[in-house]
Each structure stands twice: as C-alpha cells, then as structure tokens.
Design a protein around this ligand. Structure first.
Ligand code: MF3
Ligand code: CO
Length: 256
C-alpha cells in the first residue's frame, strides 16, 4: 500500500530534507585526497546530531554507519572504512537517510575527488543528475509510477550508459523504505496512479559499462561486475496537486 501523507507529515519531511541537504551541500569541501570514507561518515554523524536528525541506516539490518559511501566501481551501499582513502580522480557517492521528528529524507550526491580524469567520467555524473531530474519531472499527480522509470531509463540510455536493474528507488515516509518500489527502467504507462501526498525517493544508479552488479563479501557493498565506474544520486520527492516538491534540494532558511 502506498501511504498518502497529510500536511503535517509533509512539513516534517520537508524539514528533514532541507536539513539533510545542508549536510550534503557542505560535504563537497570535505572530499579531498587523503580523506578516508570513515572520516567522512563520522563528520556526517556529527552534522546529523547537530541538526536533530536521526540516522536511519545506523542499526538497519546490522548496518553500523550514518552513511553509505561508494567509490568508483562501487555503486551503492559502500561501507565507510578507515582503510578506504580517497585519491584524486575518484568518483565518490555519498548516500544518507535520516529522520526529523520521525519523518525521513533520503539523499545521495556524486562528487569527484579533485578533477575528473576523463570527460566520459564527468558525463556519467551529469547524466545521473539529469536522469534524476527527468524522473522527478514525471512525479506528478495523474501520471503512472512507471512514467518515472521510463523517463530515467531513456535519459541514461540516450547517452550510452547502463541502468542498474537489481536496485531501485522506493516510497518513503516514517520508514526509510516504503511501498512502492520505483524501478529505474521500464515502459511508461504502468503501475499505480500517482496521487498528491505520495512520497518517493528516486535514485538512478548508472554505469559506464554493463549494468550487472554483485554484492561483495562484506554483504553490503554493491559493485559493477565489469569494474566500470558507477554514479548514483538521489532525492526525496512529494507528489502535489502542482509541481513535484523536492524536499532534499538545498535552500536557505529551513524551518517548520
Ligand atoms: N539510503 C539508502 C537508500 O537509498 C539505503 C541504504 S541501506 C543501508 O535506500 F543500510 F545500507 F544503509
Ligand atoms: Co533510497
């Protein structure tokens, strides 16, 4: 069942998203050669605490961290580690889900450490972001769920990149993961009709090469089989009567 959020729940989700977006905005300047992914995670944990946000990943099915940080051919669910030291040219994806007064925001952004080493790498991030934007543009009342999926897939494949099939976006609210599953591929015109008050976390996961992935032996980290570079970005979006409301885009002066 896809829950419909009332006005107060939506306001709380907006505060959660606004606060979380401040953190993922600020982390850009922390991502430098020599920094470990565990240091970034500890910094995130402090920033969540300072804003009254509660991590939804810490304690989730035994996961111990406030973020997932995935580097290069790691797609999603990278486990922060003191041994993972960033170097120039790395592509880093930072994914954080947190709640404010019981309501969640889920957000991910992709960054290069220093400069991209290849024009095609830079393009990969750009297309992950534009695919997310195309998906969000379909998150409108009266559309079907798979209109979002089709828009994402079209944008990614138009540029010759792969769309991951084994992981998807999701409904969100009090829980990090709620119904429905939001695939990043598919034909338009299928699935439930989108209605005002539905909230979705859209998260295209795309690759420079083939879209096949596997879970490594740490039981979390998802990597591409062909070792090609992967990008992932995510926003939390609420369906309204009018324009989609993106809770996780940075804006000044957040507050309820
Ligand atoms: N934030 C992730 C998502 O978008 C969830 C990560 S699950 C974890 O769904 F437990 F690995 F953190
Ligand atoms: Co998510």
């Amino acid at each position: 069942m896809i829950s419909i959020k009332n006005k107060l729940s939506i306001q709380k989700m907006e505060v959660a998203g606004g606060l979380l977006s401040e953190i993922l905005q600020a982390i850009g300047s922390m991502i430098k050669p020599g920094v470990s992914t565990a240091e970034l995670d500890r910094w995130i944990e402090g920033e969540l605490l300072a804003r009254g946000l509660k991590s939804k990943t810490k304690g989730y099915m035994g996961y111990k961290h406030a973020s997932c940080i995935s580097v290069n051919d790691e797609v999603v669910h990278g486990v922060p580690s003191d041994k993972k030291i960033l170097k120039s040219g790395d592509l880093v994806k930072v994914d954080v889900c947190a709640s404010w007064n019981g309501y969640c925001a889920d957000m991910a952004r992709a960054f290069f450490v220093g400069e991209a080493t290849d024009e095609r790498h830079r393009k990969l991030i750009e297309v992950a972001q534009s695919a997310l934007d195309k998906g969000i543009a379909q998150a409108r009342a009266g559309n079907k769920l798979s209109d979002i999926s089709a828009a994402i897939q079209q944008e990614v494949e138009k540029h010759g990149f792969g769309v991951i099939r084994d992981f998807a976006g999701h409904g969100i609210g009090k829980q990090m993961h709620e119904d429905p599953e939001v695939l990043n591929y598919g034909k338009a015109g299928n699935g439930p009709v989108l209605r005002p008050g539905m909230a979705l976390a859209l998260e295209p996961m795309i690759t420079l090469g083939h879209y096949d992935v596997y879970v490594t032996k740490d039981e979390w980290t998802v990597k591409t089989v062909d070792k090609s570079l992967a990008a992932h970005v995510e926003d939390t979006v609420i369906i309204t009567e009018h324009e989609p409301k993106i809770t996780t885009r940075f804006r000044d002066g957040v507050g309820l």
